[in-house]
Every structure is written in structure tokens, then in C-alpha cells.
Ligand binder design. Sequence first.
Ligand code: ITT
Length: 208
Amino acid sequence: MKEIRLALATRNRGKVREIREALRELPLQLLTSEDFPEWPVPEEKGSTFEENALEKAESLARFSGMPSLADDSGLEVEALGGAPGVSSAHYAGRHGDDAANIARLLEEMEGITGEGRRARFVCVLALAGPRGEKLLVREACEGRIAEEPRGEGGFGYDPVFVPRGSSLTMAELDLEEKNSLSHRGRALRRLRELLEKGEPDWLFSSPE
Ligand code: ITT
């Protein structure tokens, strides 16, 4: 595979760590938003993960002139009608306040037991080229909401998410274990398989 320069359109360091780990064997030079301090982060106004992921990837691709990869993700809880969903990052008000988001989630889930605690993490990756090219990948990870937070790893809702088939929360797994079963890990594996095959062709034919 030819070496590719890719800009990561995210300010979330947890995501950057997981993306780096999942793609580490590919000949990719990953730039981050720190390499583009002037990039104006787009407001995520979409009502779907797809719209928001594309908005972020296309915005950085236009700004940097380079192919860009964005991740829009979140937690969908069945008993809450799919909330917090696309609002996961600011469920409790302040964007990215993980502790407050978890506290609100556990409060909303009070009195809900058994199957009612079923939930899924969703991840949509968007790859965008500087000339409007795009590619989307969606994956999910099924699980349940724990009664209380456990573990120090990961980020976001990881301390209260128990993936199906596990007794540990996502925050009790190390980076590699989390990637092996998470929504983002799965989506990144699909992306990696495409890249290894030389797809999408626009990525490999562009001058960058
Ligand atoms: P960028 O937009 O800069 O990428 P963000 O954190 O604002 O970062 P999102 O809008 O996609 O990203 O919100 C995703 C939120 O969903 C994130 O802040 C967490 O609260 C939650 N989330 C997503 N993936 C997660 C994961 O792997 N583990 C725990 N929580 C996750």
C-alpha cells in the first residue's frame, strides 16, 4: 500500500489514541487537529451520526487540502428511546463533561433493570477528500448500562458500558481489548481492510 497522509478531524484524544492503535500497521502519516490549530471546528448540527461525521471530515478536508477522517459516535439506550444518541457528548449540558454525562445517564436509568438496560455504542467514520469525495462506515457494539461506574481506561461512557459477552466495563479493558470489540474498533477494521485493498481509489490517486 502506498503511503498516505491523513488528517484526523477530531479534538477527542480518546478517539485519536484508538484510531492510531487500530491503523498502526498501515503506512499512514496521521496528522491531528493540533497540526491545524486554525481549523474552525464545525458545529455538529446534524440529526444523524452520518451527517455529523461527514460535516467534520469535509470541513477539515477543505481546510487542509488533505484527505480527512472523522468519527461521530454515541451511545443509544433502548429504554431512553435511543438517547443520548447524537447528543452523547453534551448530554448533561457541557460538551465533553464525561463525569456529568455519566451521572445524568445513571439518573435517567434509575429503576430500570434487566433487559431495560440494553444499549449500543454506534460509530460512523467518514473519510472525505479535498475534491468532495466521501466514504462512510458504520458499526455498533451491543451491551448494557452498568449500575455504577467501574474502570479507569477509555473515555466518555466507557465506565458504565458493559459489552455483550463480557462482565467488565469498557473502561476496565486495555486499548487493544477495547478496539477488538468496540464500535470504533470494528469500523476501523473495516476501513483498514479497504485501505489495504487500495480502496477508495480516489484516495490513492490523489496527489497527497
Ligand atoms: P469530536 O467531535 O472532536 O470527534 P466529540 O467527543 O465531540 O469529539 P462526538 O460528537 O462524536 O465526538 O461525541 C461522541 C460522544 O459519545 C463522546 O464524547 C462520548 O461521550 C460518547 N462516546 C463515543 N464513543 C465512545 C467510546 O468509545 N467510549 C465511551 N464513550 C463514547
